[in-house]
Design a protein around this ligand. Structure first.
Ligand code: 6PG
Length: 245
């Protein structure tokens, strides 16, 4: 398995371990800004709530953080399906991240314009001319079909190697924009979060690194740290993993 696999028996311990690693990454970071791309979906909500809790929020220099999203649904920011709304309810409204440090996706734009505008915002922020930007930490979830962010099996966005933000059009799901594989693989750190039996097959496939239709298997940071933070149920099909350390 590429990267480091952390399997926790209790989901509550999984979130404490994830929080510990996030806090450590921020404190080890020498630059004045720490760029964190948040995952959407439902999995990370308890982690965001933990980071916002009395016990943890005092451990993070929130004014140092710049928050982005790994992907977003093109719905209003107060829509129940909005990844921004979930993060705002679970985390943002409880911690002092300056408003100008919150880089939400311009969901009011049409899908192509939203992707282009978000990429422009990332280019302006990171001030990089060539090559994808290196986020200090990207959080990703895992779909039962092996998708991550909004990179779905067989989607043009998954195959996109030039753009940093791609539009995701689907007859089945709501329109989205997503960070692309080159950006994910430029991250300094990348944490996958997976909980539950329904993610076991996808995690097993992703762990092989075999790129046979499993988008998460394409995520392999070139130089960055890759950590899989999972519970026992999600890890239940990882039979051939070499335990290190
Ligand atoms: C999204 C997420 C997506 C999510 C997976 C897992 O916008 O839906 O970015 O990639 O992480 O679909 O979703 P759950 O965490 O809800 O299982």
């Amino acid at each position: 398995m590429r990267g480091t696999l952390i399997v926790c028996a209790e989901v509550a311990e999984l979130w404490r371990e994830a929080a510990r690693r996030i806090v450590a990454a921020i404190h080890q970071h020498s630059e004045e800004r720490f760029t964190l791309a948040l995952s959407g979906g439902s999995t990370p909500r308890p982690l965001y709530e933990l980071l916002a809790s009395e016990e943890w929020r005092g451990r993070i220099p929130w004014t140092k953080l710049h928050l982005f999203w790994s992907d977003e649904r093109l719905v209003p920011l107060d829509h129940p399906e909005s990844n921004y709304r979930m993060a705002r309810e679970a985390l943002l409204r409880h911690v002092p991240v300056p408003a100008e440090n919150i880089h939400s996706v311009p969901v009011h734009l049409a899908i192509e314009e939203a992707a282009q505008q978000y990429e422009r915002e990332i280019r302006t922020f990171f001030r990089v001319r060539r090559g994808p930007p290196a986020f200090d930490l990207i959080l990703l979830g895992l779909g039962a079909d092996g998708h991550t962010a909004s990179l779905f099996p067989g989607s043009p966005a998954l195959a996109e190697l030039q753009r940093w933000v791609a539009p995701v059009r689907s007859a089945k799901a709501m329109p989205r924009v997503t960070l692309t594989v080159p950006v994910l693989n430029q991250a300094r750190r990348l944490f996958f979060l997976a909980v539950g039996e329904e993610k076991a097959a996808a995690l097993e496939q992703a762990s092989t690194g075999r790129d046979d239709g499993c988008p998460a298997a394409r995520v392999a940071p070139r130089k960055g740290e890759l950590i899989w933070l999972v519970d026992r149920a999600a890890a239940s099909r990882l039979t051939r993993v070499r335990v290190e350390g």
